[in-house]
Design a protein around this ligand. Sequence first.
Ligand SMILES: [Zn+2]
Ligand SMILES: [Zn+2]
Length: 155
Amino acid sequence: MKLPLTGGCSCGVIRYECTAKPAFSWNCHCRDCQRASGGGYCPVMYVPRAALTTTGPAAVYYDVTAESGRLVQRGVCPSCGSSLFILAELVPELQGLWAGSLDDPTQFNPQINVWTRSAPWWSMRDPAMKKLDVAPNEAQFKELLDEAASLVSRQ
Ligand SMILES: [Zn+2]
Ligand SMILES: [Zn+2]
C-alpha cells in the first residue's frame, strides 16, 4: 500500500489524504450498510483520524443506530451525494473511508467479511476470506487490529 492514501467524491469538491495505513479494513454486510450503499455490503477501511486531512466543504453526516446498537454516522458530499466517510462509536479515534472513494480502489485490502448472516446470495464474497455471522467480539476485533498492524502490503 502506497501512502498517502488519497481520494474524494464524484464531483471533486471534497478531497482527502491519509498518511497512515488503515487500522483495519472490512466488508460489512449488515442491513444498514446495505441500505446506505444500495448494494450488498460496505467496503470500508478505518484510518487514524489524526492522519487524515480533508479539503473542500464539510461532509454532511447522517446518524444511524447500527444493528450492533451503536451510533454510526455516514458522511456524504453535500454537492454530489457520494459516500465518503463513516464515524463509528466503536472506534472513536478512527474514521472510515469507503473503498470506492479512493483514487486507486485497488489499495483497499479487506481482511474480513462481517455480518455475513444478512449478506444476500448475490453479494460478492471471497470464500477464502475470514468471515463472521455478526460483528466481532472484543477479542476478535483486537485480533483484526493486530493483524492489520502486521500486514505486509500486497502492493
Ligand atoms: Zn462531491
Ligand atoms: Zn455495516
